[in-house]
Ligand binder design. Sequence first.
Ligand SMILES: Cc1cc2nc3c(=O)[nH]c(=O)nc-3n(C[C@H](O)[C@H](O)[C@H](O)COP(=O)(O)OP(=O)(O)OC[C@H]3O[C@@H](n4cnc5c(N)ncnc54)[C@H](O)[C@@H]3O)c2cc1C
Length: 409
Amino acid sequence: MKYDVVIVGGGPAGSTTARECAALGLSSLVLDKAEFPRDKPCGGGVTVRTAGLLPFSIEPVVERVVSDVLFSYRQANSFERRSNRALVSMTRRIDFDAFLIEKALEAGVTFREKAVVREVSRAATGVEVRTEDDTFRGSVLVAADGANGSTAAMAGVAPKLWKQVAVEGDITPVDGVPNEWQTRFGLDIGSLSGGYGWMFPKSDHVNVGVGGWRYLGPTLRDHLAQLAEFYGFKSSDLSKIRGHHLTIRKPDSPLVDGNTLLVGDAAGLVDPMTDEGIYSAVLSGGVAAKHIARYVASEAPDLTGYKREMAVTLLPELNVSRRFHDLFHLTPGLYLWAERHSSLFWSLAQRILWGDQTYVNVMLRHRVTGTAIDFISDLVRVTPLLQRKSGLRDPAPPQRFFMGDAARS
Ligand SMILES: Cc1cc2nc3c(=O)[nH]c(=O)nc-3n(C[C@H](O)[C@H](O)[C@H](O)COP(=O)(O)OP(=O)(O)OC[C@H]3O[C@@H](n4cnc5c(N)ncnc54)[C@H](O)[C@@H]3O)c2cc1C
Protein backbone atom coordinates (compact mmCIF):
# COMPACT_ATOMS: atom_id res chain seq x y z
CA MET A 1 0.00 0.00 0.00
CA LYS A 2 1.17 3.51 -0.69
CA TYR A 3 0.29 6.06 2.00
CA ASP A 4 -0.33 9.73 1.31
CA VAL A 5 2.11 10.54 4.09
CA VAL A 6 4.72 8.57 6.00
CA ILE A 7 5.75 10.20 9.28
CA VAL A 8 8.85 9.12 11.16
CA GLY A 9 8.44 9.79 14.89
CA GLY A 10 5.35 9.54 17.09
CA GLY A 11 6.10 12.41 19.51
CA PRO A 12 3.84 15.49 19.65
CA ALA A 13 5.03 16.71 16.23
CA GLY A 14 4.53 13.37 14.47
CA SER A 15 1.24 12.41 16.10
CA THR A 16 -0.21 15.87 15.44
CA THR A 17 0.85 15.84 11.78
CA ALA A 18 -0.65 12.38 11.39
CA ARG A 19 -3.91 13.16 13.20
CA GLU A 20 -4.47 16.36 11.27
CA CYS A 21 -3.63 14.64 7.95
CA ALA A 22 -6.11 11.85 8.74
CA ALA A 23 -8.75 14.43 9.69
CA LEU A 24 -8.24 15.97 6.26
CA GLY A 25 -8.88 12.60 4.62
CA LEU A 26 -5.30 11.44 3.98
CA SER A 27 -3.92 7.98 4.64
CA SER A 28 -1.18 8.53 7.24
CA LEU A 29 1.39 6.15 8.64
CA VAL A 30 3.47 6.87 11.76
CA LEU A 31 6.62 4.84 12.40
CA ASP A 32 8.31 5.04 15.78
CA LYS A 33 11.32 3.10 16.98
CA ALA A 34 9.97 2.93 20.53
CA GLU A 35 7.20 0.84 22.00
CA PHE A 36 4.41 3.04 23.35
CA PRO A 37 3.76 4.23 25.94
CA ARG A 38 7.34 5.50 25.74
CA ASP A 39 8.96 8.17 27.88
CA LYS A 40 10.98 11.14 26.69
CA PRO A 41 13.31 13.25 28.86
CA CYS A 42 11.19 16.37 29.28
CA GLY A 43 9.65 18.52 32.00
CA GLY A 44 6.25 17.68 30.52
CA GLY A 45 5.06 21.27 31.07
CA VAL A 46 2.27 22.01 28.63
CA THR A 47 1.50 25.73 28.53
CA VAL A 48 -2.03 27.05 28.13
CA ARG A 49 -1.14 28.24 24.62
CA THR A 50 -0.05 24.72 23.64
CA ALA A 51 -3.18 23.07 25.00
CA GLY A 52 -5.18 25.68 23.06
CA LEU A 53 -3.78 24.36 19.78
CA LEU A 54 -5.30 20.92 20.32
CA PRO A 55 -8.91 20.22 19.31
CA PHE A 56 -9.48 18.14 22.47
CA SER A 57 -8.89 18.51 26.18
CA ILE A 58 -5.65 17.10 27.61
CA GLU A 59 -7.26 16.87 31.04
CA PRO A 60 -7.00 13.03 31.22
CA VAL A 61 -3.18 13.27 31.29
CA VAL A 62 -2.75 16.41 33.40
CA GLU A 63 -1.27 15.62 36.82
CA ARG A 64 -1.29 19.14 38.22
CA VAL A 65 -2.10 22.64 37.09
CA VAL A 66 0.17 25.45 38.25
CA SER A 67 -0.48 29.18 38.28
CA ASP A 68 2.38 30.55 40.40
CA VAL A 69 6.14 30.72 39.92
CA LEU A 70 8.93 30.77 42.49
CA PHE A 71 11.73 32.66 40.76
CA SER A 72 15.26 32.55 42.11
CA TYR A 73 18.59 33.94 41.04
CA ARG A 74 21.51 31.51 41.26
CA GLN A 75 19.67 29.50 43.90
CA ALA A 76 19.10 32.52 46.14
CA ASN A 77 16.94 35.65 46.40
CA SER A 78 13.73 33.82 45.63
CA PHE A 79 10.39 35.51 45.23
CA GLU A 80 6.98 34.39 44.14
CA ARG A 81 4.81 35.65 41.33
CA ARG A 82 1.16 34.60 41.28
CA SER A 83 -1.27 34.41 38.45
CA ASN A 84 -5.05 34.41 38.62
CA ARG A 85 -5.24 31.85 35.81
CA ALA A 86 -3.54 28.53 35.16
CA LEU A 87 -0.18 28.92 33.41
CA VAL A 88 1.06 25.40 32.79
CA SER A 89 -0.43 21.89 32.90
CA MET A 90 2.05 19.39 34.26
CA THR A 91 2.03 16.07 32.43
CA ARG A 92 4.30 13.08 32.17
CA ARG A 93 5.47 12.59 28.63
CA ILE A 94 4.93 8.85 28.85
CA ASP A 95 1.20 9.59 29.26
CA PHE A 96 0.93 12.75 27.18
CA ASP A 97 2.53 11.27 24.05
CA ALA A 98 0.53 8.03 24.33
CA PHE A 99 -2.64 10.13 24.65
CA LEU A 100 -1.79 12.09 21.49
CA ILE A 101 -1.10 8.85 19.62
CA GLU A 102 -4.44 7.48 20.83
CA LYS A 103 -6.16 10.56 19.38
CA ALA A 104 -4.32 10.00 16.10
CA LEU A 105 -5.46 6.36 16.01
CA GLU A 106 -9.05 7.48 16.61
CA ALA A 107 -8.70 9.77 13.59
CA GLY A 108 -7.71 6.78 11.45
CA VAL A 109 -3.90 6.93 11.50
CA THR A 110 -1.89 3.72 11.08
CA PHE A 111 0.79 3.41 13.77
CA ARG A 112 3.76 1.03 13.69
CA GLU A 113 5.85 0.99 16.87
CA LYS A 114 9.20 -0.72 17.38
CA ALA A 115 9.91 0.33 13.78
CA VAL A 116 13.38 1.85 13.56
CA VAL A 117 13.74 3.71 10.28
CA ARG A 118 17.12 2.82 8.78
CA GLU A 119 16.94 4.07 5.23
CA VAL A 120 14.99 6.51 3.14
CA SER A 121 14.94 6.93 -0.61
CA ARG A 122 13.17 9.66 -2.48
CA ALA A 123 11.95 9.98 -6.03
CA ALA A 124 9.66 12.46 -7.79
CA THR A 125 6.81 9.98 -7.39
CA GLY A 126 7.21 9.53 -3.63
CA VAL A 127 9.30 8.10 -0.82
CA GLU A 128 10.38 4.66 0.33
CA VAL A 129 11.11 4.21 4.00
CA ARG A 130 12.84 1.06 5.21
CA THR A 131 12.87 -0.43 8.67
CA GLU A 132 14.60 -3.69 9.53
CA ASP A 133 11.55 -5.76 8.57
CA ASP A 134 9.55 -3.70 6.12
CA THR A 135 9.46 -1.13 3.38
CA PHE A 136 6.78 1.58 3.40
CA ARG A 137 5.81 3.85 0.52
CA GLY A 138 4.27 7.28 0.62
CA SER A 139 3.76 10.43 -1.44
CA VAL A 140 5.16 12.67 1.30
CA LEU A 141 7.75 12.07 4.04
CA VAL A 142 7.67 13.92 7.36
CA ALA A 143 10.75 13.93 9.60
CA ALA A 144 9.31 14.16 13.15
CA ASP A 145 12.05 12.16 14.82
CA GLY A 146 13.14 14.70 17.38
CA ALA A 147 16.38 16.38 18.43
CA ASN A 148 18.60 13.38 17.67
CA GLY A 149 16.73 12.31 14.55
CA SER A 150 18.44 11.29 11.33
CA THR A 151 15.48 10.91 8.97
CA ALA A 152 16.05 14.26 7.27
CA ALA A 153 19.72 13.40 6.73
CA MET A 154 18.76 9.97 5.38
CA ALA A 155 16.48 11.78 2.92
CA GLY A 156 19.37 14.01 1.84
CA VAL A 157 18.16 17.11 3.71
CA ALA A 158 20.62 18.78 6.06
CA PRO A 159 19.01 20.67 8.96
CA LYS A 160 21.19 23.41 10.42
CA LEU A 161 20.71 23.28 14.16
CA TRP A 162 22.26 24.64 17.31
CA LYS A 163 22.08 22.11 20.10
CA GLN A 164 21.54 22.58 23.79
CA VAL A 165 21.44 19.90 26.45
CA ALA A 166 19.28 19.38 29.52
CA VAL A 167 19.38 16.85 32.36
CA GLU A 168 16.47 16.02 34.63
CA GLY A 169 15.41 13.65 37.38
CA ASP A 170 12.39 12.81 39.53
CA ILE A 171 11.97 12.86 43.31
CA THR A 172 9.01 11.16 44.98
CA PRO A 173 8.67 12.53 48.53
CA VAL A 174 7.31 9.98 51.02
CA ASP A 175 4.60 12.42 52.18
CA GLY A 176 3.70 13.52 48.69
CA VAL A 177 4.38 16.83 46.97
CA PRO A 178 4.99 19.46 49.71
CA ASN A 179 2.26 22.05 50.29
CA GLU A 180 4.28 24.94 48.96
CA TRP A 181 4.52 23.23 45.55
CA GLN A 182 0.85 22.40 45.11
CA THR A 183 0.15 25.18 42.60
CA ARG A 184 3.54 26.63 41.83
CA PHE A 185 6.66 25.68 39.98
CA GLY A 186 10.24 26.86 40.38
CA LEU A 187 12.51 28.61 37.89
CA ASP A 188 16.12 29.27 38.79
CA ILE A 189 17.80 31.83 36.57
CA GLY A 190 21.40 32.86 36.10
CA SER A 191 23.30 29.70 37.08
CA LEU A 192 23.44 28.17 33.61
CA SER A 193 24.48 30.00 30.47
CA GLY A 194 21.93 29.53 27.73
CA GLY A 195 19.37 27.86 29.97
CA TYR A 196 17.92 27.63 33.45
CA GLY A 197 16.89 25.25 36.21
CA TRP A 198 13.33 24.17 36.97
CA MET A 199 11.19 22.29 39.46
CA PHE A 200 7.89 21.00 38.10
CA PRO A 201 5.48 19.38 40.57
CA LYS A 202 3.49 16.40 39.28
CA SER A 203 0.87 14.32 41.10
CA ASP A 204 3.09 12.27 43.44
CA HIS A 205 6.57 13.47 42.51
CA VAL A 206 8.53 16.50 41.39
CA ASN A 207 10.64 16.82 38.27
CA VAL A 208 13.86 18.80 38.69
CA GLY A 209 15.96 19.76 35.70
CA VAL A 210 18.76 21.95 34.39
CA GLY A 211 19.79 22.86 30.88
CA GLY A 212 22.07 25.16 28.96
CA TRP A 213 24.75 25.39 26.30
CA ARG A 214 26.18 22.07 25.26
CA TYR A 215 29.57 22.82 26.79
CA LEU A 216 27.89 22.76 30.20
CA GLY A 217 26.97 19.12 29.67
CA PRO A 218 29.62 17.60 31.99
CA THR A 219 28.60 19.90 34.85
CA LEU A 220 24.85 19.44 34.62
CA ARG A 221 24.54 16.52 37.05
CA ASP A 222 26.23 18.57 39.77
CA HIS A 223 23.95 21.52 38.99
CA LEU A 224 20.97 19.19 39.17
CA ALA A 225 21.97 17.88 42.60
CA GLN A 226 22.50 21.42 43.94
CA LEU A 227 19.17 22.58 42.57
CA ALA A 228 17.29 19.67 44.14
CA GLU A 229 18.80 20.62 47.52
CA PHE A 230 17.94 24.29 46.98
CA TYR A 231 14.30 23.32 46.49
CA GLY A 232 14.38 21.43 49.78
CA PHE A 233 14.83 17.86 48.55
CA LYS A 234 17.65 15.38 49.05
CA SER A 235 19.73 15.09 45.91
CA SER A 236 20.31 11.43 46.80
CA ASP A 237 16.56 10.90 46.22
CA LEU A 238 16.84 11.86 42.56
CA SER A 239 15.88 8.97 40.32
CA LYS A 240 15.53 8.40 36.57
CA ILE A 241 18.24 10.97 35.84
CA ARG A 242 18.59 11.39 32.11
CA GLY A 243 19.58 13.96 29.55
CA HIS A 244 18.57 14.91 26.04
CA HIS A 245 19.37 17.50 23.40
CA LEU A 246 17.22 20.46 22.49
CA THR A 247 17.47 21.92 19.00
CA ILE A 248 17.31 25.52 17.87
CA ARG A 249 17.22 26.11 14.12
CA LYS A 250 19.62 28.42 12.37
CA PRO A 251 17.81 31.02 10.26
CA ASP A 252 18.49 29.21 6.98
CA SER A 253 17.70 25.68 8.18
CA PRO A 254 15.36 23.87 5.76
CA LEU A 255 11.75 23.13 6.67
CA VAL A 256 10.85 21.52 3.36
CA ASP A 257 12.77 19.92 0.54
CA GLY A 258 10.81 18.44 -2.35
CA ASN A 259 8.46 15.86 -0.87
CA THR A 260 10.06 15.96 2.61
CA LEU A 261 8.98 18.18 5.51
CA LEU A 262 10.60 18.70 8.90
CA VAL A 263 8.50 19.36 12.02
CA GLY A 264 9.11 19.80 15.77
CA ASP A 265 12.58 19.23 17.19
CA ALA A 266 13.71 17.62 13.92
CA ALA A 267 13.30 21.11 12.43
CA GLY A 268 14.90 22.83 15.47
CA LEU A 269 11.76 24.66 16.53
CA VAL A 270 12.39 24.90 20.29
CA ASP A 271 11.72 28.38 21.70
CA PRO A 272 15.22 29.71 22.62
CA MET A 273 13.98 31.83 25.52
CA THR A 274 11.79 29.29 27.32
CA ASP A 275 13.08 26.01 25.85
CA GLU A 276 9.43 25.15 25.27
CA GLY A 277 9.26 22.68 22.39
CA ILE A 278 5.85 21.01 22.60
CA TYR A 279 4.11 24.17 21.41
CA SER A 280 6.15 24.35 18.22
CA ALA A 281 5.90 20.60 17.69
CA VAL A 282 2.10 20.71 17.74
CA LEU A 283 1.89 23.95 15.78
CA SER A 284 4.28 22.83 13.04
CA GLY A 285 2.47 19.48 12.76
CA GLY A 286 -0.84 21.25 12.15
CA VAL A 287 0.60 23.64 9.57
CA ALA A 288 2.43 20.79 7.81
CA ALA A 289 -0.76 18.70 7.58
CA LYS A 290 -2.68 21.53 5.94
CA HIS A 291 -0.10 21.92 3.19
CA ILE A 292 0.36 18.18 2.71
CA ALA A 293 -3.39 17.85 2.16
CA ARG A 294 -3.37 20.64 -0.43
CA TYR A 295 -0.45 19.03 -2.23
CA VAL A 296 -1.95 15.54 -2.23
CA ALA A 297 -5.24 16.96 -3.55
CA SER A 298 -3.25 18.72 -6.31
CA GLU A 299 -4.44 22.09 -5.01
CA ALA A 300 -0.80 23.15 -4.58
CA PRO A 301 2.08 22.33 -6.96
CA ASP A 302 4.48 21.56 -4.09
CA LEU A 303 4.89 21.66 -0.32
CA THR A 304 6.55 25.06 -0.05
CA GLY A 305 3.34 26.53 1.38
CA TYR A 306 4.44 24.97 4.69
CA LYS A 307 7.63 27.01 4.69
CA ARG A 308 5.80 30.18 3.67
CA GLU A 309 3.18 29.85 6.39
CA MET A 310 5.80 29.11 9.04
CA ALA A 311 7.76 32.16 7.85
CA VAL A 312 4.88 34.44 8.84
CA THR A 313 3.72 32.58 11.96
CA LEU A 314 6.15 30.67 14.14
CA LEU A 315 9.55 31.68 12.74
CA PRO A 316 9.27 35.42 13.55
CA GLU A 317 8.32 34.41 17.08
CA LEU A 318 11.38 32.19 17.45
CA ASN A 319 13.54 34.94 16.02
CA VAL A 320 12.36 37.51 18.57
CA SER A 321 12.61 34.92 21.32
CA ARG A 322 16.26 34.42 20.42
CA ARG A 323 16.86 38.15 20.74
CA PHE A 324 15.23 38.16 24.20
CA HIS A 325 17.43 35.20 25.00
CA ASP A 326 20.60 37.13 24.07
CA LEU A 327 19.68 39.98 26.39
CA PHE A 328 18.49 37.65 29.13
CA HIS A 329 21.79 35.76 29.33
CA LEU A 330 23.80 38.93 29.21
CA THR A 331 22.01 40.30 32.27
CA PRO A 332 19.92 37.58 33.96
CA GLY A 333 19.89 39.64 37.17
CA LEU A 334 18.19 42.52 35.36
CA TYR A 335 15.61 40.11 33.98
CA LEU A 336 14.88 38.84 37.48
CA TRP A 337 14.67 42.41 38.78
CA ALA A 338 12.11 43.27 36.09
CA GLU A 339 10.17 40.07 36.77
CA ARG A 340 10.04 40.96 40.46
CA HIS A 341 9.30 44.68 40.29
CA SER A 342 7.51 45.31 37.02
CA SER A 343 3.89 44.25 36.82
CA LEU A 344 4.01 44.97 33.07
CA PHE A 345 6.85 42.48 32.64
CA TRP A 346 5.10 39.78 34.65
CA SER A 347 1.86 40.45 32.82
CA LEU A 348 3.62 40.04 29.44
CA ALA A 349 5.23 36.77 30.55
CA GLN A 350 1.85 35.39 31.61
CA ARG A 351 0.11 36.53 28.44
CA ILE A 352 2.75 34.83 26.27
CA LEU A 353 2.26 31.54 28.15
CA TRP A 354 -1.52 31.88 27.78
CA GLY A 355 -1.19 32.59 24.06
CA ASP A 356 -2.86 36.01 24.48
CA GLN A 357 0.29 37.82 23.45
CA THR A 358 3.16 37.12 21.06
CA TYR A 359 6.83 38.05 21.23
CA VAL A 360 6.45 39.92 17.94
CA ASN A 361 3.59 42.03 19.30
CA VAL A 362 5.56 42.83 22.43
CA MET A 363 8.35 44.20 20.23
CA LEU A 364 5.87 46.19 18.12
CA ARG A 365 3.96 47.61 21.09
CA HIS A 366 7.07 48.60 23.00
CA ARG A 367 9.08 49.93 20.11
CA VAL A 368 11.77 51.71 22.10
CA THR A 369 12.42 48.64 24.24
CA GLY A 370 12.23 46.46 21.12
CA THR A 371 14.81 48.57 19.32
CA ALA A 372 17.06 48.43 22.38
CA ILE A 373 16.74 44.63 22.54
CA ASP A 374 17.53 44.34 18.82
CA PHE A 375 20.55 46.56 19.27
CA ILE A 376 21.88 44.68 22.31
CA SER A 377 21.26 41.33 20.65
CA ASP A 378 23.19 42.43 17.55
CA LEU A 379 25.95 43.74 19.79
CA VAL A 380 26.16 40.44 21.68
CA ARG A 381 26.48 38.59 18.38
CA VAL A 382 29.52 40.57 17.27
CA THR A 383 31.30 41.46 20.52
CA PRO A 384 33.57 38.78 22.00
CA LEU A 385 33.55 40.47 25.41
CA LEU A 386 29.75 40.40 25.59
CA GLN A 387 29.72 36.85 24.29
CA ARG A 388 31.97 35.77 27.12
CA LYS A 389 29.87 37.71 29.60
CA SER A 390 26.72 36.00 28.45
CA GLY A 391 28.36 32.57 28.35
CA LEU A 392 28.79 32.60 24.56
CA ARG A 393 32.47 31.92 24.45
CA ASP A 394 32.86 31.27 20.77
CA PRO A 395 33.06 34.68 19.13
CA ALA A 396 31.63 33.50 15.80
CA PRO A 397 28.00 34.57 16.11
CA PRO A 398 26.35 31.49 14.58
CA GLN A 399 28.37 29.17 16.76
CA ARG A 400 27.25 30.70 20.00
CA PHE A 401 24.65 28.04 20.56
CA PHE A 402 27.04 25.28 19.61
CA MET A 403 30.21 25.49 21.58
CA GLY A 404 30.50 21.92 22.87
CA ASP A 405 33.95 20.78 21.90
CA ALA A 406 35.55 24.18 21.47
CA ALA A 407 34.50 25.33 24.90
CA ARG A 408 35.48 22.14 26.67
CA SER A 409 39.00 22.12 25.32
C1 LIG B 1 15.05 17.79 29.69
C2 LIG B 1 14.06 18.48 28.78
C3 LIG B 1 12.95 19.13 29.32
C4 LIG B 1 11.99 19.70 28.48
N1 LIG B 1 10.88 20.26 29.04
C5 LIG B 1 9.92 20.77 28.23
C6 LIG B 1 8.70 21.25 28.78
O1 LIG B 1 8.47 21.16 30.00
N2 LIG B 1 7.77 21.76 27.94
C7 LIG B 1 7.98 21.83 26.58
O2 LIG B 1 7.11 22.34 25.86
N3 LIG B 1 9.13 21.34 26.03
C8 LIG B 1 10.08 20.81 26.81
N4 LIG B 1 11.20 20.26 26.25
C9 LIG B 1 11.28 20.16 24.77
C10 LIG B 1 10.39 19.01 24.27
O3 LIG B 1 10.69 17.82 24.99
C11 LIG B 1 10.58 18.74 22.77
O4 LIG B 1 10.58 19.98 22.10
C12 LIG B 1 9.47 17.86 22.19
O5 LIG B 1 9.55 16.56 22.69
C13 LIG B 1 9.57 17.79 20.66
O6 LIG B 1 8.62 16.87 20.16
P1 LIG B 1 8.92 16.07 18.79
O7 LIG B 1 7.67 15.33 18.48
O8 LIG B 1 9.48 16.98 17.78
O9 LIG B 1 10.09 15.05 19.15
P2 LIG B 1 10.14 13.86 20.22
O10 LIG B 1 9.14 14.07 21.27
O11 LIG B 1 11.56 13.71 20.61
O12 LIG B 1 9.68 12.57 19.38
C14 LIG B 1 10.52 12.01 18.39
C15 LIG B 1 10.12 10.55 18.19
O13 LIG B 1 10.85 10.02 17.07
C16 LIG B 1 11.20 8.68 17.35
N5 LIG B 1 12.35 8.34 16.50
C17 LIG B 1 13.58 8.89 16.52
N6 LIG B 1 14.37 8.32 15.57
C18 LIG B 1 13.61 7.40 14.94
C19 LIG B 1 13.86 6.46 13.90
N7 LIG B 1 15.05 6.38 13.25
N8 LIG B 1 12.87 5.63 13.51
C20 LIG B 1 11.66 5.68 14.12
N9 LIG B 1 11.37 6.54 15.12
C21 LIG B 1 12.33 7.39 15.52
C22 LIG B 1 11.50 8.68 18.84
O14 LIG B 1 11.35 7.38 19.40
C23 LIG B 1 10.45 9.65 19.38
O15 LIG B 1 9.28 8.99 19.81
C24 LIG B 1 12.17 19.69 27.06
C25 LIG B 1 13.30 19.06 26.53
C26 LIG B 1 14.23 18.45 27.37
C27 LIG B 1 15.42 17.77 26.76
